[in-house]
Structure formats: structure tokens, C-alpha cells
Design a binder for this molecule. Sequence first.
Ligand code: SAH
Ligand code: MG
Length: 215
Amino acid sequence: MTDASLPADLRYVAERAKGFMPREEGMILFDVARAYGPRGPICEIGSYCGKSAIYLGAAARMTGSVVFTVDHHRGSEEIQPGWAHHDPTLMDPRFGKMDSLPFFRTAIASAGLEEHVIAIVGRSATVARHWNTPLAMLFIDGGHAEDPVTQDYEGWSPHVMPGGALVFHDIYPDPKQGGQAPYRVYQRALASGAFREVRAEGSIRVMERVEPSGG
Ligand code: SAH
Ligand code: MG
């Protein structure tokens, strides 16, 4: 799959972090981030407990890039109490809300990546409205329901630089395997003509912004 090998100490921390990123898919993220990192900054939507950010951050450290990762840390609809993927240890009793930020901080500090992974704590759409920096790589893995994933695409994908990568997680063409909202948004990105697919493995899809022709 890849000749890139994640430093062993980071692999150890990444595999112990809470989260929904299987190792094989984390290694794809690492590989893609190594390829695009030299062009500019990487942005992740959906930090959760930092698992995917470790793979991205390791690549950022190797390529002189940086990862910004956006999350309000209050959990997506689909991981709230009562849902299958809810983790009760993430509840903050003071506010009766989830809080993944302390776990995120522990993971990134344990990985020694604090210089390379920068948390932005807030609602994705709000941050997107004020964002103005071209991105070498955008990784969309925030809320997986129709509205949040649509807003993430609409708010963030315009910032992917020509030749830069737009990456989705949790793309399931078969509805039996998972929710369809990210898949629909991914198809919309392809249909826009602004992106062409360059890699599809597991539930990860990597697209590249088509360079303007004649340049
Ligand atoms: N990328 C992580 C998993 C992210 S889980 C990993 O692989 O390890 C999805 C995250 O998106 C949750 O932490 C949730 O709080 C966040 N999220 C959902 N909707 C959001 C929104 N509108 N703004 C900011 N963060 C959001
Ligand atoms: Mg995911």
C-alpha cells in the first residue's frame, strides 16, 4: 500500500487514542499528508480525541507542514448519549455535555506533536466563514449527518488550493455499511468537475483539485 512508515512511537500512541480511525486508514492519511504537506497547511474537520490528527501531524512534522484541526468537541449527533458509538467517559458532568478536548490534548502531547497540530475549538461552519488560507489538504471527518457534512464541504472545499487534496472519511457506497450523507457529498464533489479522484481505499476517498488549464 505504501512505503511510508509511521515512526513506531507515534504508531503506539495513535493506536491507543480513542477514535474511529482504523490503522490501515490512518496510514493512508499519513501517506497522503506526506505527499501534499510540502505544498502548504493541512486542515482536518473533526478532531475528536486526536487519533487521525496523529497520523496527519506525523506527516506534517516530516514535511514542514502544519495541521489545523477543527472541532467544537461536544460530539456529533451520532455519538451523543444513547447512540451506539457514544463513549460515556467523554461526558463532562459540569455541563452535561461531551468534551473530547482533554483526550485530544493528551493524545497530541503524548505523540510530541504540539508544535505541528493546532486545535481550533469551535463550530466548523463558523470557523470556515472566517478562514482565508489556501489548503494543501483538507480532511473532512466531522458531523456525518446531511447538514454538517454538506456545510463542511461548502464552507471548506473552496479553500483547497489548485493541485491540493480533498479527502473524505466514511464513504460507504453500500448503505448497509454506513450512513450515506458523506457519500452523497463526495459524489457532489466529483460531479462539480472541480475535483478528480486520485485514490480510493477502505472508506477513504482522495480527490485533487483540478489545476487551471493553460497556466
Ligand atoms: N477524525 C477523528 C474522528 C472525528 S469524529 C478521528 O478519526 O480520530 C467527528 C467529530 O466531529 C466529533 O468530535 C464532533 O464533535 C465533531 N463535529 C461534529 N459536528 C461538528 C461541527 N458542526 N463543528 C465542529 N465539530 C463538529
Ligand atoms: Mg470518520
